[in-house]
Design a protein around this ligand. Structure first.
Ligand code: GAL
Length: 823
């Protein structure tokens, strides 16, 4: 009889399970032309959506809109500091439930890309590193350091194990087709010398040993060890080549816009240039394009990176901060995805030939074994439009800085500079039903202890802020005392503090002497006139951080607070007293934070002043509280914080992030028109000049109760006036389209609204743009009534624009239709 030893049985079972996995589960392989998923040769459109930057309730809608926009995949980082805020104490609840996020992606029929990092960058606080890591003895981050590597490996393994347990890797039948280790290390590794090179090798080995069954990637890492695939990040990646000719060319971060910092204007990247970058990439053999970001979202709580990343992380992404379509970008890219997908089989199986047609015109032809063709016709000149004659394949008008996609190489299905999608202009509406005037209660930040110089820790030196706070709060109090016996020198003195940032308040003998912030979030000098008395004087300084740095070699070592600085008193005749080595007393955080004044259930009984006729205005360190009714409907809700200075806001105990509307952006550098042509830079196409860098703050619907009983709490740090604060909803106000005949015109409102008015419609040769269309030299006289008959009163309408429709069939020349409507 055939018998098998126990160990052989195990080997046999393992072999069987190996074959089962190989044969039946999703397999992701690749070559230079394709990602091969379950045997199918694919090009992939993907978009970044960071799960903690929205709410669980928003996820399904965002994922669905990504799918409707023609994406195949959704990509996210994993955010270590949110998951392990205290060493070995993990949190995967609420919107940190990345497993749920990937399951929703799977349910929607999309693929997932997981960027474990665990360094993320991402304009996320401290790049995603927990601050306790920085305090570990002997640690050096992102280099060949055993303390760091051990922590990185433990966290990476934890994430991989959780993902495996829930069978989320494609190799297990799940959606995740790629995983990333580290992030853009190649850009800064030279600063770490040989230790940096060794670290990259270790990252690769550690990742590969996780056995996830799908390929690993490293972005911006030219020396990525095989079989890890190196990928490209940037505005354009057309010229990028992976370090192995057998690897697919992948664009892991196509920066579709840019992030904003406090004090900065709002950057935009045009739909035309975004599409151009993608089309050029696929023209030059691209296999995967991931938009960074597809939905940017919100930096809730203290998650914004720094210094000075705003609470909004909208990024001019195809889905706006609230999850609405950002049009025309979303629609234009959707059309491009569909156009490129027409060629997927040929692109992934074919061979490529390039033909230089002169004057920056290039024709790229992909041909497969059957002779089927797919073409890209590019005009890379940033000024001159071109008429290109492809003989039997037709004649094409290719605007400057654009790519035409030719199905079968003889039919224009898309041009990156010809935008047919609607433009939506968003408006903010004050809800008539909701209480618009808020009644404020208030409370001054309790400061008895700090005004007396009493803290919880003492040292004869100036300490580094995050090392002491562990980033549990933005705030650190530095307190000391000085004995004075000659007021003729000290009654009119200067208090001088050199600090590493980011903002500083000072008090002398309980009296507020002022506030200053660093323009760039780096080292600055604080100088205020102070008056000292005979005897003991108490000096109280409050240092605040506004997002810890997230980028650059050794960004984790950048200091914050008054460490390494000097604190001096300068009296008459420049007599100087140095306080740097005084006995300093320290206290982490605000008393209001400790008491949880922002919570619906504060830690202790807190009494608020409620005399609404005399609430404090312009007073630093003030807590305000008001009740409000939730705006009706389903449109996204924002709070308008105009009038306030700088601080933090909570709704029903949920943080909606830091605010700083008093920081007004430069009055120059914006323009109404945006020339999409030429290489993109973040200074291009800016808006919001001379306004608060961020005035409106997202209040996700899930934070609200559906009744009158909602609470807003503000901590105002520098002084402001909440009188004009109001809750508003964001909706589509005006919609426009400008399309050529033959194209599809689609107009739609948002949130159940209908098209209430056609303000302009002209079929002929209309000129101008949304908001200022004008009829051209000719038009069909009743254009407007024709469009009204089709669209008025509907939430959306769509039709192919033809001469027949406008009753002029047979008339020569190309006509265009411009429409401007109100929702
Ligand atoms: C990249 C980084 C991203 C993000 C981006 C800018 O360098 O990998 O995480 O920070 O820059 O938005």
């Amino acid at each position: 009889m055939f018998t098998m030893a126990h160990s052989s049985w195990i080997e046999f079972l393992l072999l069987i399970s190996f074959f089962i996995t190989r044969c039946f589960a999703g397999e992701v392989t690749y070559d230079s032309n394709a990602l091969i998923i379950n045997g199918e040769r694919r090009i992939i459109f993907s978009g970044a959506v960071h799960y903690p930057r929205s709410t669980v309730e928003m996820w399904p809608d965002i994922i669905q809109k990504a799918k409707d926009g023609g994406l195949d995949a959704i990509e996210t980082y994993i955010f270590w500091n949110r998951h392990e805020p205290v060493r070995r104490q993990y949190d995967f609840s609420g919107n940190l439930d990345f497993i749920k996020f990937f399951k929703l992606i799977q349910e929607a029929g999309l693929y997932g890309i997981i960027r474990i990092g665990p360094y993320a960058c991402a304009e996320w606080n401290y790049g995603g590193f927990p601050v306790w890591l920085h305090n570990m003895p002997g640690i050096e981050l992102r280099t060949d350091n055993s303390v760091y590597k051990n922590e990185m490996q433990i966290f990476t393994t934890k994430i991989v194990e959780m993902t495996k347990e829930t069978k989320l890797f494609a190799s297990q039948g799940g959606p995740i087709i790629l995983a990333q280790i580290e992030n853009e290390y190649g850009d800064i590794m030279w600063k770490y010398g040989d230790a940096g090179k060794a670290y990259v090798k270790w990252c690769a080995q550690m990742a590969l040993a996780q056995n996830i069954g799908v390929p690993w990637i490293m972005c911006q890492q030219r020396d990525a060890p095989q079989p890890i695939i190196n990928t490209c990040n940037g505005y354009y990646c057309k010229n990028f080549q992976p370090n192995n000719p057998k690897s697919p060319k992948m664009f892991t971060e196509n920066w579709i816009g840019w992030f904003q910092k406090w004090g900065e204007r709002v950057p935009h990247r045009s739909a035309e240039d975004s599409a151009y970058s993608v089309a050029r990439f696929f023209q030059e053999g691209g296999v995967l394009n991931n938009y960074y970001m597809y939905h940017g979202g919100t930096n809730f709580g203290r998650t914004a990176g720094g210094p000075y990343i705003t609470t909004s992380y909208e990024y001019d992404a195809p889905l706006d901060e609230y999850g609405n379509l950002n049009q025309p970008k979303w629609g234009h890219l959707k059309q491009m995805h569909a156009a490129i997908k027409l060629g997927e089989k040929i692109l992934t199986n074919g061979t490529r030939t390039d033909k230089d047609l002169g004057n920056a015109i290039k024709l790229t032809t992909y041909t497969d074994a059957t002779g089927a063709r797919f073409c890209f016709l590019s005009n890379t000149d940033d000024k001159t439009d071109a008429n290109v004659d492809l003989q039997q394949d037709g004649k094409y008008f290719v605007p400057a800085w654009s790519v035409t996609i030719l199905d079968g190489c003889n039919k224009e299905v898309f041009n990156t500079a010809k935008v047919n999608s609607q433009t939506s202009v968003k408006v903010k509406k004050i809800d008539d039903d909701a209480t618009t005037k808020l009644t404020w209660a208030w409370k001054m930040e309790p400061k008895k202890d700090t005004m007396h110089g009493s803290g919880s820790f003492k040292a004869h030196k100036l300490l580094e802020q995050k090392e002491l706070t562990l980033d549990a709060s933005d705030y650190l109090w530095y307190m000391t005392s000085v004995d004075i016996n000659d007021t003729s020198i000290w009654s009119n003195a200067t208090l001088r503090v050199d600090t590493m940032g980011h903002t500083l308040h000072g008090y002398v003998n309980k009296r507020y002497v002022g506030y200053k912030f660093s323009q760039w979030g780096s080292k600055f000098t604080y100088e205020k006139q102070v008056s000292l008395k005979n005897g003991t004087n108490i000096i109280t300084l409050l240092s605040a951080t506004v997002g810890l740095p997230n980028y650059g070699a050794r960004f984790d070592e950048i200091k914050t607070g008054i460490t390494d600085g000097v604190v001096q008193l300068i009296g008459k005749n420049n007599v100087t007293m140095d306080l740097s080595t005084n006995l300093w007393s320290y206290k982490v955080g605000l008393n209001g934070e400790r008491k949880r004044l922002y919570d619906l259930k504060p830690r202790t009984n807190v009494s608020w002043y409620t005399n609404s006729s005399s609430y404090p205005i312009g007073k630093p360190m003030t807590w305000y509280k008001a009740n409000f009714k939730s705006p009706s409907g389903t449109n996204p809700v924002v709070i308008d914080l105009q009038g306030l200075g700088k601080g933090h806001a909570w709704v029903n105990g949920h943080s909606i992030g830091r605010y700083w509307p008093s920081w007004i952006t430069a009055s120059n550098g914006c323009s109404d028109t945006c020339d999409y042509r030429g290489n993109y830079a973040k200074e291009k196409c800016n808006t919001n000049c001379g306004n608060p860098s961020q005035r409106w703050y997202h209040v996700p619907r899930s934070f609200l109760n559906n009744n009158d009983n909602n609470t807003i709490v503000l901590f105002e740090e520098i002084g402001g006036n909440p009188q004009n604060v109001s809750f508003q909803t964001v909706t589509t106000g005006m919609i426009c389209a400008h399309v050529n005949e033959g194209a599809q015109l689609d107009l739609s409102c948002q949130g159940g609204q209908v098209i209430s008015q056609i303000q302009f419609a002209s079929f002929g040769n209309p000129k101008g743009r949304c908001g200022s269309f004008k009829k051209g030299s000719w038009e069909v006289i009743n254009s407007q009534s024709i469009v009204e008959a089709t669209c008025l009163g509907k939430s959306s309408c769509g039709f192919t624009v033809t001469k027949e429709m406008f009753g002029i069939a047979g008339v020569n020349g190309i006509a265009k239709l411009a429409v401007q409507a109100l929702c």
